[in-house]
Write a protein that binds this ligand. Sequence first.
Ligand code: ADP
Ligand code: MG
Length: 675
Amino acid sequence: MDKDTNIRFLKGVGEKRAGILAKLGIFTVGDLLRFYPRDYLDWRKITPIFEAPVGEVCCIKAIVNHKPHGVKIRKGMTIYKTVVTDGSGLMDITIFNSKYTAESLEAGREYLFYGKIEDNYRRRQMSSPMVAPVAGGERLVPVYRQSAGINSKYIEKLIKQAYIQGNDYFTECLPASLREKLCLMDVNRAVHEMHFPTDEDMLSEARRRLIFEELFIFRIGLMLLKGNRKETTPVKIERDLTEEFFSLLPFTPTGAQRRAVRESMEQMLSQTTMNRLLQGDVGSGKTAVAAALIYTAAGNGYQSAFMAPTEILARQHYNTCVRLFKDTDIKIELLTGSVTAANKRKIKERLRSGETGLIIGTHALIQDDVEFNSLGLVITDEQHRFGVKHRGALGSKGDRPHTLVMSATPIPRTLALMIYGDLDISVLDELPPGRQQTDTFVIDSSKRARAFNYVRKHLDAGRQGYIVCPLVEEDESELASAKNYAENLSRGFFGNYRVGLLHGKMKASEKDDVMSRFVSGETQLLVATTVIEVGVDVPNAVIMVIENAERFGLSQLHQLRGRVGRGDEKATCILITDARGENARRRMNIMKSTTDGFKIADADLKMRGPGDFFGSRQHGLPEMKIAMFTDTPLLNEANKFATQTVENDPQLAAPENRGLRSAVAELFKKEYVLN
Ligand code: ADP
Ligand code: MG
């Protein structure tokens, strides 16, 4: 048996169970062993019955008085009862319908019982406790993620079986010198410790080793993916036209905007390729920074490409740029999926000839037949929306053009470093003047009418607003469906107002129509699904209501809320939810208490895994099994040593890096093949 052995070869895994395991991502013995527990129960801390607090989960070590006897309470349901004692007191044990557990208990023998302490007015009691023999039972017991038809115990048994039939399943991928330097446990030891921890210290060493491994390999993978940075470029930017551009702006740039442009400019003038991440919270004015660089590129004879993740956003950028550059001779074009074939051909022709100075668009820009005459600058908005694969695609249409990626997802710096690697980072940490914090309220649906009245007041005052609901069609019955919902609103509550509807299933041209009517103020209220999430900018919109707010993640709520409060006036965001759960309540409280994107992102990252954080499938990053991106010291270490390793051995060709090389290839196999 080795790590690639199919899971079906283990006893107790039939076709059906194999199917369930597959859903958990377990296909081979190796997958099984890398399926780490999500938690541990401490069975070593024994509480005397006498002291066991009612309502809490405890481990009791006690002798069984008599063999449990069964009482049939109805057809197919038997309750088994017995009494146990540990000298400090008596405790009732009730077992529901598990003949197997009941019969395994023998009178006069001592067992461990793990469960919640109840009080049945006579004495303490445990219902359906977990039971284990005393020998070997006092330990940290792993808890695995379960799935219908498979429980934690079952997975534990399979893992035991795998270790009976084999050992040392994994080849060490970390170079020995590195392991020594950082005192990292060997891989097989670490994996074994995860499932059968000796004690907390060993467990935490095992975790440290495995987290490091994952971050390290991940980081190296991204570095190789990107190739070497800091190369010279034939793009000659010799004149800095920033001040000239600033004079075209209808506002005074903020200090942060000036700084970001200056940082970019210095690099572009130095003729090494710029690879920069521009981070700025929603509304911080990233577009103006992008436009400044475009202006200078154009003035130096270079074309720019500006890519956005959605059609709405691309069109918005197009409109903004057309306005900003109206007194210049920069020719601007928009290329999206909805442009007719004939027009596309003409647009591409003008791009190839060099007539077009700036092309703005969606994914359509990275199609093969889009060619440039002199591409000098590539800008991507809301970068995290594009997969790893798409990252380099636009840039490769020119000869080492400068790139700027913009992101409103304020990720912690260490994480940004991890994901964006050698990108330089500029941060817009200052909002344009006059902005006021958006007030946020959380209400339940019984107060919806009041919220809507409040919306009406704003509309009456000439303002605009959004109502956000999660879905388009009524495919999940209890959810507000945008379509029905909008129709009801426009007949009922907002019968005297002009209501627009925007959702993801509309054709691009319809979306554009709806959006431009909202931008022009023709519609007062926009009922929308999350398509408005990204980047949409209508400063006159000052109120937003979000239905089923519990359905959204924190970062998403933050993005949504960022659609209001973009002008001088105070804005309001009302979250409607009837969810009572702990998690939902925590999220709502965070939204109420802060508008700081970094704080929200941090909280989000801690509450969910990094995978979810980036919207699992959208980010295009490989899945992490154990790594927490919140572990800053370990992240820094992984970053540092990954950089060193790749600098010393860019091809990972040295014998001691061989294991590393295949581990990287393995992690990125769906995205990328090492050459
Ligand atoms: P984001 O960073 O979210 O992409 P935008 O670039 O869309 O932000 O800018 C948000 C709004 O703020 C726009 O209406 C823009 O015109 C305005 N804006 C940007 N910079 C300034 C500034 N320095 N002063 C005043 N308004 C600004
Ligand atoms: Mg934006």
